[in-house]
Design a protein. Structure first.
Length: 156
C-alpha cells in the first residue's frame, strides 16, 4: 500500500518510519534479457539458461544492477509525495547485494526512512530500500536511496 505524504516537509517527521512491503513481482528471463541488451552485459549466468542451469546458481540470475534498478519501481509503490513541483533521484549510498535473484523468483520492496532534511526549497530524504526474495532469509539488495522533493510553490 502506498503511503501518501501530503507535503515534502512532512518527510522531516518520518525518520524511522517503515514503508511497504510492496506486492511481489516475478523476475522473468525477458526482463533479464532486456537489461542485458540495455547494458551490453550478456554474461552467461544471466542470459544462457542451459549453461546457467549447470552453473553455481543452478539457474539464470538477475544482474545485481537490475535488482538495484527495481528500487525505482518499488519506491513509488511505497510512498507518494504530494504538493511537489518535482522529485529527483539524487543518488545512492551503501549499495549491497547479499543474495542473488534467480529467474522465476519473486521479489518485493520494503523500506525505512533513514534521514530527512530541508535543502532550500526541497526536502532531501534517504530511504533504505530492501529488496526481499520470497522464501529467502537474505535480501537481494539493500540500498540507501537519496531523493529530493521540491516544493510546489503554487500549492504553498
Amino acid at each position: 500500500m502506498t503511503q501518501v505524504i501530503k507535503h515534502p516537509l512532512d518527510l522531516l517527521d518520518m525518520v524511522g518510519s517503515q514503508l511497504g512491503p510492496t506486492d511481489w513481482a516475478t523476475m522473468t528471463q525477458e526482463r533479464v534479457n532486456l537489461f542485458a541488451d540495455a547494458t551490453e552485459d550478456h554474461q552467461w549466468i544471466h542470459v544462457d539458461p542451459e549453461r546457467a542451469a549447470a552453473g553455481p546458481f543452478g539457474a539464470c540470475i538477475a544482474h545485481g544492477y537490475l535488482t538495484l534498478s527495481l528500487a525505482s519501481k518499488f519506491l513509488p509503490e511505497m510512498m507518494s509525495v504530494e504538493n511537489t513541483s518535482m522529485g529527483v533521484n539524487y543518488g545512492c549510498d551503501k549499495v549491497r547485494f547479499p543474495n542473488s535473484v534467480k529467474v522465476g523468483q519473486k521479489i518485493r520492496g520494503k523500506a525505512e526512512v533513514v534521514k530527512a532534511e530541508q535543502k532550500g526549497n526541497a526536502v532531501q530524504v534517504i530511504v533504505r530500500v530492501t529488496i526481499e526474495v520470497e522464501g529467502e532469509e537474505r535480501p537481494a539488495c539493500v540500498v540507501d536511496t537519496i531523493s529530493r522533493f521540491y516544493f510546489d510553490e503554487a500549492a504553498a
